[in-house]
Design a protein around this ligand. Structure first.
Ligand SMILES: [Zn+2]
Length: 224
């Protein structure tokens, strides 16, 4: 998929950089923190002053980043899926997607909102944990490709990550749910893993052959 990028953007730190080239490609050198790059670019694109839901002004230091499609149900950290939200709206939205939250905001009383929230989450959980619905994410299916695990390039040796909580969570999700993946991983056009390292490792260790990936056609990662 093509992610939204500004015409001009450069961020450098300690020999690493991310910049938008004149041909519109985001070039990343050094693997750094992809989430930071994406949230930084999101603020450049969408501003950092006004909450996208309540339209209230917030001081930039208090602005938070919202995942339009929530992380819990497959929402990844790419500019198309991020936006500025005040802490109150972000907290209230929780694991709803943008469209669901906009409906919830039209409901007047708290009880009605709670009922709506619970119903939506139950439905999404049903899909997430269903043996029959694959992949069961709450994101547009056209974002997703399936790639052979072998085709994905990882930045570094990942032995440390195998001790992490996220790695163990991902592995147990895969085992318990008939080899489903809890979340798609994100890769650059040239196949370098940008988000989902624990999930990728868990899938590899569980000997899965292919996994759902979101391929960013306008992002390349240069070798270190
Ligand atoms: Zn707000």
């Amino acid at each position: 998929m093509i992610i939204e990028l500004p015409r001009n953007y450069t961020r450098t730190s300690k020999g690493r950089y991310a910049r938008v080239r004149s041909d519109g490609i985001l070039e990343i050198k050094g693997y750094g923190d992809f989430y930071k790059i994406m949230s930084d670019i999101t603020y450049v694109l969408k501003g950092r002053k006004v909450c996208q839901y309540c339209r209230r002004e917030v001081s930039p230091s208090k602005m938070t980043i919202d995942h339009l499609y929530p992380r819990e149900f497959g929402g990844v950290s790419i500019t198309n899926n991020l936006g500025p939200a005040c802490a109150n709206c972000n907290r209230e939205k929780a694991s709803l997607n943008e469209a669901e939250y906009r409906v919830m905001r039209t409901l007047s009383c708290k009880a009605e909102k709670d009922r709506f929230y619970k119903k939506r989450i139950a439905e999404k959980n049903r899909r997430k944990y269903s043996q029959h619905i694959k992949p069961g994410f709450d994101i547009p299916l056209e974002w997703i490709d399936y790639w052979s695990v072998k085709k994905i390039k990882t930045p570094r040796d990942s032995s440390e990550r195998r001790k992490s909580k996220n790695y163990h969570k991902a592995r147990s999700f895969i085992r318990k749910n008939n080899y489903k993946i809890p979340k798609p991983v994100v890769v650059s056009k040239n196949g370098v893993l940008l988000e989902g390292k624990s999930i990728y490792l868990a899938a590899r260790d569980e000997k899965l052959l292919s996994i759902p990936v979101i391929v960013l056609e306008n992002v390349v990662v240069l070798d270190n």
